[in-house]
Design a binder for this molecule. Structure first.
Ligand SMILES: [Zn+2]
Length: 76
């Protein structure tokens, strides 16, 4: 899972990083590891808690990194 996660992130474009989250954009239409549909963004929650501000309703798939950080895959 660790290698899968590193490999996945290496294909994504970093867009935003705060002390509680990192957001990557899926510019190459990589399929979501949860549902196999291409996702829009990957958000990794790195803080203890985060208030994720979503500007519009989105479908979200949830997984975890090897370090048990929540990974949110957003679909538009
Ligand atoms: Zn998905």
């Amino acid at each position: 899972m660790d290698e899968d996660y590193d490999e996945l992130v290496s294909y994504l474009t970093p867009r935003e990083e705060t002390e509680s989250m990192k957001r990557y954009q899926n510019t190459t239409s990589i399929p979501c590891p949860v549902c196999d549909e291409p996702f829009a963004d990957l958000v990794i929650v790195t803080g203890q808690s985060t208030s994720l501000e979503l500007s519009e309703p989105l479908d979200i798939c949830v997984s975890r990194t090897s370090e048990q950080k929540p990974m949110l895959f957003t679909h538009q």
